[in-house]
Design a protein around this ligand. Sequence first.
Ligand code: 5GP
Length: 189
Amino acid sequence: MELLKQRIREDGLLIGNNILKVDSFLNHQLDPQLLLELGREFARRFRPDGVTKILTVEASGIAVAVMVGLELGVPVLFAKKKQPSTLVEEVYAAEAFSFTKQEQVSVCVSRRYLTAEDRVLIIDDFLAQGAAAKALVSLVEQAGASLVGVGVVVEKAFQPGGKELREAGIRVEALARIGAFTEKGVEFV
Ligand code: 5GP
């Protein structure tokens, strides 16, 4: 998606040799107009697939997931990283190693909101090693729901997550695919 690539070129910052910082529009400060456009693009790609629920993980996936849910007219469920005391009902849970935080996190959703009748679209901000997406896929599988696909704003194609998910037969749609970080900046696939 050209609008997104342009924004990444203009405002993205490289940290080390494999982290892209997009705090000015996606991960900290949010650009609602851009998020709406991202939501519209995901909705355009997945509209024919009968999605009944968007699933994401807190916190960075929520904003874009809400835009997709708004466009498709379906609820948005975000997995929680710690089971809060208010979530007393039974949950589906999965483990993921956080790439940016370098720690193991557990994600969970209430069984009440993810059911075998659901056709689920997973949305997240980044796809890198694929741990977060795989944990969400596991929640969908535990619920016996159907997985329509995975939509990510940015896929770092030089990391294995996208390839592994596609090899597992999962449809992965990325709005920007980064092939490499070079001295000149971000190189898109
Ligand atoms: P994965 O589980 O695929 O390795 O990483 C997915 C999660 O790590 C994303 O939800 C995102 O929060 C974070 N992440 C991975 N790579 C990057 C990156 O280059 N920049 C930012 N801002 N977050 C990243």
